[in-house]
Design a binder for this molecule. Structure first.
Ligand code: 2RA
Length: 329
């Protein structure tokens, strides 16, 4: 399979290369694209050096699949150009996620909706992916009415500049700021930009993308997204109100039987998910599962995943694997 990675030198792009190698993805040709200033730069993959090329060159090479992680503007301009050349685009940016004609895919939930005609496919936001993977089986069995989620997001989700700001602050070095405030020893209730309704774009992604992926606009979702100084991994405190009641152990059993989900839930021995242990893994980890005693038919849980892997690179590559396995590319 001839595959292009658009944004190959970014944090997600680098993880994409790592995941492609780990999963022994059947590549016949690899095309690496980054910003103009990186053209000509050499990147090693499985012992072979690849030269970074421009977007123009990449589209002319007609890859069968293009994995995008280069920001919304690049996706808006270039995804249609690759699609017109016959390439199937799988995009990590927010550019196409809420487009009515584009599918928003978490393979374990809705890959079966994909067809050969889907030439631009959106991968959801990292904090959405880890939450909906858990919500999907629960919605099917108990019918979700409302979700209240608070996220605790690694600075790796912001990008290299924020990681560098945290490293500098921890080393006591004054450097370039990705945020208007310190990250070290702080918690910033500010992920992405603020919208007119007082929520951030990050929070509204959790609202809108969840309803689209679960194909149910009646699910009420409200979110607060917080940036914390962890090196990698997003954590979420999730409160879910169902139409019907549930048995706690049935919920644990259902989630433990869900592809891509691992239940870590035994407070007798301090077993619960933590980002430091989710780092580098592709599963979504769930724990602290307990009934919300303040309201009927309602449950609390803690959901953790590596935001650069299942939250981005791995989900994208799993979509590509599904397309190949089902002869859709
Ligand atoms: C963040 N969800 O964590 C975004 C990923 N770009 O900031």
């Amino acid at each position: 399979m001839k595959v292009a990675i658009i944004g190959a030198t970014g944090m997600v792009g680098e993880v994409m290369l790592k995941v492609l190698e780990e999963r022994n993805f059947p590549l016949t040709e690899l095309i690496l694209v980054a910003s103009e200033k990186s053209v000509g730069k050499s990147i090693s993959f499985k012992g072979t050096d690849y030269q970074v090329v421009s977007l123009e060159t990449a589209v002319s090479l007609k890859p069968e699949i293009a994995l995008f992680s280069a920001g919304g503007e690049t996706s808006l301009e270039w995804a249609p150009k690759f699609a017109a050349a016959g390439t199937t685009v799988i995009d990590n940016s927010s550019a196409w996620r809420m487009d009515a004609d584009k599918k928003l895919i978490v393979p374990e939930i809705n890959a079966t909706s994909l067809t050969k005609t889907d030439k631009i496919i959106a991968s959801p936001n990292c904090s959405t992916i880890q939450m909906v993977l858990v919500l999907a089986p629960l919605h099917k069995k108990y019918n979700i009415k409302r979700v209240v989620v608070s996220t605790y997001q690694s600075i790796s989700g912001t990008g290299l500049k924020a990681v560098k700001q945290l490293e500098n602050e921890m080393a006591g070095i004054k450097g370039e700021m990705a945020y208007p405030y310190p990250i070290h020893q702080n918690a910033l209730p500010h992920c992405d930009v603020f919208e007119d309704n007082g929520y951030t774009k990050e929070e509204m992604k959790l609202v809108r993308e969840t309803q689209k992926i679960l194909d149910d606009r009646t699910i009420a979702v409200t979110a607060t997204a917080v940036r914390i100084p962890t090196a990698g991994g997003h954590s979420e405190s999730v409160n879910i109100q169902f139409e019907s009641d549930f048995v706690l152990n049935d919920v644990r059993k259902l989630l433990s039987e869900t592809d891509g989900v691992i239940v870590q839930d035994n407070t007798d021995v301090n077993t619960y998910p933590m980002p430091i242990y989710a780092h580098g893994k592709d599963d979504v980890f769930v724990g602290r599962i307990r009934r919300d005693e303040s309201q009927p038919n309602t449950i609390n849980m803690w959901i953790v995943a590596d935001n650069l892997r299942k939250g981005a690179a791995t989900n994208t590559i799993q979509i590509a694997e599904y397309l190949m396995k089902n002869n859709l590319v």
